[in-house]
Each structure stands twice: as structure tokens, then as C-alpha cells.
Design a protein around this ligand. Structure first.
Ligand code: SF4
Ligand code: FES
Length: 245
């Protein structure tokens, strides 16, 4: 049983679901959550707007998923981490995400922002920058867009909070895993872990439980195990089926 802090607005997944990160190797996933590809799709202005479903991938009990980026059988581990050129060290702090967040207070909403968890998915610019929108959150359109843009942020960097209830808005996710694909920048992205699946190290150290968090699967993040957007600059490719834009 993994004991960890739970981020406000998140719920812990049922106990059968958890992920252990091997020190020099893959993610070991328990509980067989669904694993699907999803493509980041643009709106009419070319900004990230929604996700489109791709292929589904089989899960066994447990399933080992590639973390170094070098497996020839992605998304699964094939042992390539042993000879891969990568630094497997887990450098991300174990502290709650909000401890390192800045708050931007608007008239009806407050936006919290911890930049270390940006995965460069670009939903926060879709129809006005979310940091500007929150300042106009007494306008219904700006308020709804602030909530939408914050909720679409897959890495969990951004959250929108209601000033009256002091509670964050959170999308509802079942425990599930997503292989993110970003065709607009010709890159694959991280492993999106949704619905409060606990994540721990091989030594049993735990990370805060979150409804939305992105694990690195290119092997090059400097904030491991979390994605820091490095995949975008290196044009990480997982070799899985792609779609036309
Ligand atoms: S991860 Fe969040 S903050 Fe970073 S670009 Fe995407 S939506 Fe914006
Ligand atoms: S997958 Fe995003 S930094 Fe590795």
C-alpha cells in the first residue's frame, strides 16, 4: 500500500493501480490501466485545442514501459536501457507541486502555475494566454477559457481555482495511461498518467498523487521521472502509427 500526499482536487486510484520506476530501467505498471495513444490536435488558429484517440495497446500484469526512449518495441521495454545513452537519475523533488507554484489572482479565479511541470503541449495559448485570461475572469467567456486551458494542461503545471469555493477545477479521469503524440511539432511526447495512479521509486519513495501528470519516455528530461518538454527539441519519435494533420 503506497502512502503519499494527494494533490488538492485529485483522488487516489483504487489500490490495484500503481507504477514503480526501476532505478536504471523502465516503468513497471500494475493494475492494467488502459493504454492509448492520443494526438494533440490544433484549432482553426493552429493552437493546441483537443486530443484525438489513436491506437490502444495491450497491458499485462505487470507491464514494463520504456523510459529511456531507446526500446525497439515501444511503448514496451525491450531491455535497451542497459546500453542506452541516458541519465536515469530521478531528480524531481518529491514535494507537492503547489509548494513550487506561483499564484495569479483574478477577479473570480486564481491560476496556480508550477513551470517545472510544463510539457510543452501548448493548450495554454489556445484562445488567449491563460495568464491574461485569468485577469479578466469576471467576464464569462474569459472565465470559461481560463478553466478550459488550465484543465487541458496535461502535465498539471496549471490549475484554475474558484475564488469563492477555494477549490480547483479538475477534469474527471479514470485511471489511465496515454502515449502523447504531437504531430504539429513532429514529435512524440510523454506518458500521461491520469486519475491518481500512485508513482513510486524502486526504494519505495513516493511522489504526490495527481489527477494529471506526465512521465518522461524520451529518456532526456532533466526533471525525471517527469516530462519537461525536452522531447520537443530532440524530436523524439516512438515509431508508433501516426495520423495526418
Ligand atoms: S503543459 Fe501546460 S503549461 Fe505547458 S504548454 Fe502545455 S498547457 Fe501550457
Ligand atoms: S518525454 Fe517529454 S521530456 Fe522526455
Amino acid at each position: 500500500m503506497i502512502k503519499s500526499k494527494i494533490q488538492p482536487g485529485s483522488e487516489k486510484a483504487p489500490p490495484k493501480f500503481h507504477i514503480t520506476i526501476l532505478r536504471d530501467g523502465p516503468y513497471v505498471v500494475y493494475g492494467q490501466p488502459p493504454l492509448n495513444q492520443q494526438f494533440i490536435m490544433p484549432n482553426e488558429d493552429g493552437h493546441s485545442w483537443e486530443f484525438k484517440e489513436g491506437e490502444s495497446y495491450k497491458m499485462t500484469e505487470p507491464t514494463t514501459l520504456c523510459r529511456c526512449g531507446e526500446s525497439k518495441k515501444k511503448p514496451y521495454c525491450d531491455g535497451a536501457h542497459i546500453n542506452a545513452v541516458w541519465n536515469p537519475d530521478l531528480t524531481a523533488p518529491k514535494m507537492p507541486l503547489l509548494d513550487g507554484a506561483q499564484a495569479y489572482e483574478g477577479p473570480t479565479l486564481t491560476l496556480t502555475d508550477n513551470e517545472s511541470y510544463c510539457v510543452f503541449a501548448r493548450f495554454c495559448d489556445a484562445k488567449g494566454r491563460v495568464w491574461n485570461l485569468v485577469g479578466r475572469s469576471d467576464n464569462e467567456t474569459a472565465r470559461n477559457l481560463t478553466i478550459r486551458e488550465a484543465n487541458m494542461c496535461p502535465g498539471g503545471r496549471l490549475s484554475a481555482w474558484d475564488n469563492d469555493t477555494q477549490k480547483p477545477f479538475e477534469p474527471v479521469y479514470d485511471p489511465s495511461l496515454v502515449l502523447v503524440e504531437d504531430p504539429a511539432i513532429n514529435s512524440s511526447g510523454g506518458l500521461w498518467v491520469r486519475g491518481g495512479i500512485p508513482i513510486q521509486t524502486e526504494n519505495g519513495e513516493t511522489y504526490e498523487i495527481r489527477n494529471r501528470t506526465m512521465l518522461c519516455r524520451c529518456g532526456q528530461s532533466t526533471n525525471k521521472p517527469f516530462c519537461d518538454g525536452t522531447h520537443a527539441s530532440m524530436k523524439f519519435k516512438d515509431g508508433l502509427p501516426t495520423i495526418k494533420r
